[in-house]
Design a protein around this ligand. Structure first.
Ligand SMILES: CC(C)(COP(=O)(O)OP(=O)(O)OC[C@H]1O[C@@H](n2cnc3c(N)ncnc32)[C@H](O)[C@@H]1OP(=O)(O)O)[C@@H](O)C(=O)NCCC(=O)NCCS
Length: 295
């Protein structure tokens, strides 16, 4: 393996608290994101396997982490891995360290038998050389459906330990939010994203036992980010239960379980979703990865 003579390569080091802290420092310095808030939410993803270079003082210089993210794509279960936390300290860039951790991570994904590897990036050119291709994403826009059935709701609070525990249980037993493309299970990133999104509302529809992750957008648009539950209520029932009448709806995942007609609008954001896997795994219909599952 190519590397830096003064650095030590380590894989699968999450059992070592000092090394995990060194990765948290690299991610904070690179992206300004504090991953240690996951500790309060029940801990990091137990499937995570990091690949990294450390210097002699234990500073994490370069890293990428793989984790399991079982997906539903085109209605079929797909054993997929995700890659996240890819970073190299500025003074060590351009020396092949990222390529070395990427190659280790992809070897691991292949040897574990993952059918697909997915990642989110604003630098797609960096990943094309490893066989990743961009999956275009969409948003789904339309008018609010009417005539929904109302049920009682309760707002969850990410600052409450009992609400976080409740949410974990629900996320572990959820139905994928879409059959076109959605994680089957994605607990940690949902909680992490929910804790970071200042304006997100998490409203439990008590009868359906489903949590609606949403917020108000510009001009009163209802921005629906995710629905987590064993049952997914129709959009009309969601609006009736929340007792709101927005002029416009924008859904950030394919709304095939929402019983609602919408127009798919191409997403023009900088972050793109990429997949490495066979042609047959490409989503056949417009879709989006829920913002609550972004990693
Ligand atoms: C992007 C980053 C990880 C690259 O690390 P690095 O150690 O300098 O990369 P390497 O030296 O291993 O380069 C590997 C290859 O990627 C290419 N590359 C590097 N940065 C690139 C970029 N921004 N876009 C496209 N290609 C890039 C290199 O030219 C090199 O190509 P080669 O194999 O043909 O020589 C590093 O610059 C970084 O940490 N940036 C900030 C965080 C970030 O953007 N992370 C990725 C988020 S998805």
């Amino acid at each position: 393996m190519t590397g830096h003579p003064a650095l030590v390569f380590r894989a699968n080091y999450f059992g070592d608290p000092a090394a995990s802290q060194a990765l948290a420092a690299l991610l904070d310095d690179t992206f300004g994101i504090d991953v240690t808030i996951l500790d309060r939410l029940g801990g990091p993803d137990p499937t995570g396997v990091p690949f990294a270079w450390f210097d002699a003082s234990g500073t994490c210089i370069a890293n990428i982490s793989a984790f399991s993210i079982p997906l539903v794509i085109n209605g079929l279960f797909t054993r997929a891995a995700g890659l996240q936390s890819g970073a190299v300290r500025p003074e060590y860039r351009g020396q092949g360290l990222f390529r070395s951790v990427m190659e280790s991570a992809l070897d691991y994904c292949d040897s574990e038998g993952f059918e697909a590897v997915v990642l989110l990036t604003d630098k797609p050119a960096l990943y094309e050389r490893y066989g990743f291709r961009v999956l275009p994403q969409h948003r789904f826009e339309g008018s609010p459906p009417t005539g929904g059935r109302m049920s009682t709701t309760r707002r969850l609070d990410m600052a409450s330990d009992s609400d976080v525990t409740f949410l974990r249980r629900l996320l572990n037993a959820r139905r994928p939010v879409s059959d076109r493309f959605a994680p089957l299970r994605q607990v940690e990133m949902f909680l992490f994203n929910a804790a970071l999104m200042a304006d997100i509302r998490l409203d439990l529809l008590e009868e359906a036992a489903a949590v609606i992750a949403w917020q108000w957008g510009e001009d009163g648009t209802f921005e629906l980010y995710d629905v987590a539950g064993a049952r997914i209520p129709a959009l009309a029932d969601i609006l009736a239960s929340l007792q709101i009448d927005p002029p416009k709806i924008r859904v950030h995942f394919a709304p095939d379980h929402l019983d609602w007609g919408a127009e798919a609008v191409a997403d023009a954001g900088d972050m793109v979703l990429m997949l490495r896997g066979s042609e047959g795994l490409l989503p056949q219909k417009p879709f989006a990865l829920s913002p609550m599952a972004e990693f």
